[in-house]
Design a protein around this ligand. Structure first.
Ligand SMILES: Nc1ncnc2c1ncn2[C@@H]1O[C@H](COP(=O)(O)OP(=O)(O)O)[C@@H](O)[C@H]1O
Ligand SMILES: [Mg+2]
Length: 168
């Protein structure tokens, strides 16, 4: 896994943009982390790098928002508990077969029901001594698709790489 550290929403969007350059049709990204951790900000940066100029907002009531870009982006949010079963009904595996890229906020909740082939990103808040705008993103490739790109990921986000234990 790879840790990155950002000090602004803009930087989180830049990390997302760097990852979007590696995106391929059928990719799945699961974003995990508390409210306000930066999952939507990440998705905005990711979408912008795919050439989407529409404003990306959380699909709270619509369940899934689809945007046209270099690759199609399906953006889901399973924040509402009821959304969990609804998302499962949507048929995410079929959605992936459509050739777009799918990003699911609170995706860790649905992970057990999805193909085990995705990039999980865990967002966390800084330690108490850090400024409020610091976030740590843990990038965890699960399955062959993203594991095969681990080096490429590390290169893409090199600017923000962070070693939680000071590299020890
Ligand atoms: N390093 C950072 N990365 C992402 N967002 C940040 C960062 N620092 C501050 N923020 C702010 O935190 C909030 C993140 O909100 P949002 O992306 O909607 O979170 P989530 O979708 O996880 O609930 C935004 O107001 C954003 O400006
Ligand atoms: Mg959100």
């Amino acid at each position: 896994m790879i840790f990155v550290r950002t000090t602004s929403a803009l930087a989180t969007k830049a990390v997302a943009a760097a990852l979007a350059e590696l995106a391929r049709p059928g990719d799945l990204l699961l974003l995990a982390g508390d409210l306000g951790a930066g999952k939507t900000a990440f998705t905005q940066g990711f979408g912008a790098a795919l050439g989407i100029d529409e404003l990306i907002t959380s699909p709270t009531f619509t369940l899934v928002n689809t945007y046209e870009g270099r690759l199609e982006l399906n953006h889901l949010d399973v924040y509402r508990l009821e959304a969990l079963s609804e998302v499962l009904d949507l048929g995410v595996p079929e959605m992936l077969d459509d050739g777009g890229v799918t990003v699911i906020e609170w995706g860790d909740a649905v992970a057990p029901a999805l193909p085990a082939d995705y990039l999980e990103i865990r967002f966390s808040y800084p330690g108490e001594q850090d400024p409020d705008d610091v976030r740590v993103l843990e990038l965890i490739p699960v399955g062959p698709r993203w594991s095969a790109r681990l080096r490429a990921i590390a290169t893409a986000v090199a600017e923000w790489i962070y070693e939680p234990n000071g590299g020890n």
